[in-house]
Every structure is written in C-alpha cells, then in structure tokens.
Ligand binder design. Structure first.
Ligand code: ADP
Length: 540
C-alpha cells in the first residue's frame, strides 16, 4: 500500500525560497575581491538569484548544461549556487588552485557553457580561454566600473552586474525531477586525472538535512557561520545550503584567508561557528597568539579535510574556549561522512582521554553506513584496533563518476574511500592513513597519522609529516619531516625522545628531517607523494 503524503521533490531552489520567506532579514556579509565589505539580506540574495536565473535563460543555458564558477566565497557565488542549480542547469565549481592544464581539462571534460569568475582569476581565465573550445562566454563577477579598470574589451567577456541589471525579479523555479543533477565538483586528482562527482538535488537536500543536525555540524538560526572552506571545494562542505535551511547569518571571507583578515571578520561580525582545513587555522591561531587576542563570540569550529592535530584542538579549546568539531568527508560524499560529536557517556571525559576521542574522525551521520575490511574484503571488528580499508554507502555517496565510461568505482555496492581506518566499539572511526600513503614495516602497518599527531604536540613543532621511506631490512620505515616554530633549535634526537612512550617503540621514525615548508595540494592537503619522491630513498 502506498503512503498518502504529498510528493514534493527535494530541490535546491526550495532552500532559497524557504530562506527568503522565513529568514528574509537575516544578513549575508562578504569581503569582496574589490577589498570592501558588502552586506545584504537573504531577501536580496533570493531576488538577485531570480534575476540571474533569467539571465542564464537569456544566455540560452538549457537544463542539464554546465555552468562553471572560478570564485572565492562571496555573495555572487552564493547567488550562482541557487540560480544555476535552481533553474535546472548544473553548477560546476572549479578549484583555482589547480594547475591551468588541469583546469582546462576539467572545463573541456565538463563542457562548461559559461564560466563565471572573480577578477582575481582574470589572468587564469585568459590562459584557459586560449586552450579550451567549450565555453563561449566568460562572466566577470563584478560591476562595470571595476571591470573596465581591469579587463580589456573582448566579445567573450561579460559583466555580472550588467547581466542581471537587465533582468526581471520574477522567476518561477521549475519543478525539477529531484534526481536530476544540481552541481558538479571534480576531485583534486592527486592520482591521475581529476574525476567529476555529479550531485543531484535529492542528494544535496538529504545531505543538508543530515549535516545541519546537532550531532553533525550543529547549525541553527542563532549562528553566525564563517565558511573558510572554499565554495569551490565540495560546496564549502554544504554550508551555503545549510545556512539557508536553518536561517543562519553567513559571513564570507572572499580572497582574504590570512590570519589577520579572518580574525577581523570573526570579531566584527561576531562569528559563532567557522569551518576549514587545519592549514588555514594555523595562520589564524598564530595571528591571535602573537597579539595575545581572544575570540569574543566564536564557540565552535569545524575542522576537516585532513586530520586535525590534537595540539590544535588543545589550543582552540584550552586557550580560546572554542570547541573543535573534527569531521571527515570526501568530494564523493558531498562531503560529510562522520563527525566527532561526543556520546553522553563521553561527556565526563577530561584531559588526554577527551583528546583521544577528539583525534578520531567521529561517528557516522545518519545516511552514511560504513565498514572496514581486510584485503580479502572480509569485515573487520569494531574494536578500535583492527585497521582496514574504509568502505561507505549512502544517499549522498557517488555511484559513478561523471562521464566515467560506465565503470563503477563501487565494490559490491560500497564505495572504497581509499582511506585506512579503525572503528571503536562506540562507532568512532579513526583514519590511520590514505591507502596509498601507508607505511608497511616488516609486514606490519604503522599509522603515519598517529605519529604526526604526537609529534605536533611538541611545542616547537609547527607541522609534522610522516612518510614511508624504503628500507633495506624492513621494506619501509617511517621518516618524519618537520617544520619547526620560527627560531626553534629543536634537534631530531630531542624530538624522537619526546615520542618515547607516546607511540609503540617500533613505530618510532628512524630519522627526522627539518624542512622550511611542506608542499600543499589544491585543497590544502600535504602532498605526501611529492615528499616520497624526494625523500623516499633516505634510508637506502
Ligand atoms: P581530494 O580530492 O584531495 O581527495 P577530498 O576533500 O575529497 O579531496 O579528500 C578526501 C580525503 O581527505 C579523505 O578520503 C581523507 O583521506 C582526507 N580527509 C578528509 N577529512 C579528514 C580528516 N578529518 N582526517 C583525516 N583525513 C581526512
């Protein structure tokens, strides 16, 4: 027997319509590429998104066609999030930190009809335009005055504000099939060509519900949310959608991601919740420590994309009274998979016991099912000890890459994450490595993540990266690369002595190399492969 409930499709535009009707006065504040601060309300966002939807129709964009964006976090990007997906086209967010060859590849592969860009990226657009055939139109996300100061005339180049100025405020969001595509994001392609993950309206809406929950990212109408994680990287972890759903104030940092600019914004806008990768927070924490500052409103920060070092959690919580919410996800998961929110019986934990839980990537949000398996595919126990390949499935997990030649990445219906993890009896998952980064010494796995985490606890360590280096006797042994605090004279011997008793004896790296910096990829993650190429023969 069928249920007798209404059949309202889950659509991205409905988030905007909701925010307009129920939170129309709520503010959206953006630091612009032009340098100033822009502020308006959800009501204005909705009106301009409708105009943009009309403009896209006038440009001849058909349902299902891809519209690219090369832009920072800001209100115009937010307008495109809703105008493009809401009108039935596919929002394709491009990561400007990728190499120009990769960007050209992605734009061609996706066949973007139009690319919208922030003025910062004009030089990048100029070099891309000469390499690609597909987009006929590029739109500078600015007004006529700024455009004339920056761009030379070209028939392919249009101005965002001109485009919407001409359009009507009226637009009826079409009743789309909820399974139709809404947005597209390519993985950063650290191995092989980048692969496109094509989200649907339904997957995006279900992800938004689940990610907003109290034990997930915990967002509400009383929050002021600062997404530092870029809107070009997995939809800023879904925060633009979540903010509309719950009616939170949004604060967009634009291109200014340095500690000082972020701190200013956090304080002047009274941000309560921020989100970003650990490398960004390092800059913020150093800035605040230098001026002996404090956070007057920020009480929570979501950290993910790479393991959050315990030292960072300690600093946020003990020095600044900001709770760290450690989360794990992937482009292929829209991205939220697990969040480290305490269960009731863990709330009383203190000190190292508490931090040991927070070092974990957390437990599944409803909608994501996970398991760990051995090389034969047999499921491993949730005992906090056994480590194996992490597999997931759920409503917002990809089943096939965009134009992926019908080859499914799935294994018996499960998506292999490429992460190696253990899961404890409470269901808390902890990543020990990426499978391509594991260290196998004498046939046994050593967790580079654990070693890095402990090394970072040393007060003179800014960053620690542990890689597998080839070894004549043990196949591989861990090698620790360390960025010291400025002025530090810390020696390798002292650091290794510090690790004593904190990790298993045989896990202790055989050597420490001090480096000025480590190479970071397009999403702010350490490029271990590059380090292995450079230092992989160190023990030979
Ligand atoms: P990429 O395209 O670089 O793979 P993703 O954002 O999709 O970008 O990366 C997903 C991967 O990032 C995960 O598979 C995992 O290895 C890593 N990752 C994400 N969050 C965490 C976290 N909290 N701790 C450890 N690793 C993480």
């Amino acid at each position: 027997m069928q249920g007798l409930m209404m059949q309202q499709p889950l659509l991205v535009a409905s988030l905007l319509v909701h925010a307009d009707r129920h939170h129309g006065d709520q503010e959206i504040v953006s630091r612009r590429v032009e340098g100033d601060i822009h502020r308006y309300r959800y009501r204005d966002l909705a009106q301009r998104a409708r105009r943009m939807a009309n403009a896209l129709a006038a440009l001849g964009i058909e349902p299902g066609e891809r519209v690219g964006t090369l832009a920072w976090n800001g209100y115009r990007h937010m307008e495109l999030y809703f105008a493009v997906s809401g009108s039935g086209a596919v929002l394709h967010t491009l990561n400007p930190r990728l190499h120009v060859d990769q960007l050209a590849y992605i734009i061609e592969h996706a066949e973007d009809r139009v690319v919208f860009f922030d003025l910062t990226f004009l030089p990048l657009i100029e070099s891309i335009a000469s390499r690609v055939k597909s987009p006929k139109v590029f739109v500078a996300m600015t007004d006529r005055e700024h455009m004339e100061q920056t761009c030379s005339g070209s028939s392919m180049l249009m101005c965002y504000e001109d485009l919407i100025d001409l359009q009507s405020d009226e637009f009826d969001w079409p009743l789309l099939d909820e399974n139709s595509a809404s947005s597209l994001c390519y993985t950063s392609g650290t191995t092989g060509n980048p692969k496109g993950v094509l989200y649907s309206h339904r997957s995006t809406l279900l992800h938004t519900y689940a990610a907003a929950l109290p034990d997930s990212l915990n967002c509400s109408a009383r929050d002021v949310i600062l997404p530092v994680v870029p809107m070009f990287h997995v939809n800023a972890w879904g925060l633009p959608y979540i903010a509309c759903m719950v009616g939170a104030k949004l604060v967009f940092p634009g291109p200014a991601l340095d500690g000082q600019s972020l701190y200013e914004l956090i304080e002047t806008e009274q941000v309560t919740l921020s989100a970003g990768v650990p490398t960004v927070w390092q800059g913020l924490l150093s800035h605040v420590a230098e001026r002996d500052g404090a956070f007057s409103s920020m009480r929570r920060t979501i950290i993910g994309g790479a393991p959050c070092p315990t030292a960072m959690t300690v600093q946020f919580q003990e020095r600044y009274d900001v709770d760290v919410l450690h989360a794990w996800g992937m482009t292929e998961l829209s991205p939220v998979g697990t969040v480290c929110s305490f269960k009731a019986h863990q709330c009383a934990l203190s000190g190292n016991d508490r931090y040991a839980v927070q070092a974990k990537q957390g437990r599944s949000v409803f909608g994501i099912d996970m398991k760990i398996v051995d090389p034969q595919g047999d499921e491993l126990a949730w005992d906090g000890k056994a480590a194996g390949d992490l597999l997931v499935r759920g409503q917002w997990v990809t089943r096939q890459y965009f134009r992926g030649d019908d080859v499914s990445p799935l294994r018996d219906g499960w998506f292999p994450t490429g992460d190696v993890a253990k899961i404890d009896a409470d269901g808390f998952m902890q990543i020990t490595d990426r499978s391509k980064d594991v260290i196998k010494s004498g046939g046994e796995w050593i967790s580079s993540a654990d070693i890095e985490n402990v090394a970072c606890l040393h007060p003179q360590v800014t960053m620690a990266v542990c890689i597998a280096a080839r070894h004549p006797k043990w196949d591989e042994r861990p090698l620790l690369l360390v960025v010291r605090q400025p002025g530090s004279m810390l020696t390798g011997g002292e650091l290794l002595a510090f690790l004593d008793g904190k990790i298993a004896k045989w896990w202790k790296p055989d050597a420490v190399i001090f480096v000025e910096s480590v190479p970071l990829g397009a999403t702010g993650k350490v490029l271990k492969r590059q380090l292995r190429e450079q230092y992989g023969n160190y023990y030979l």
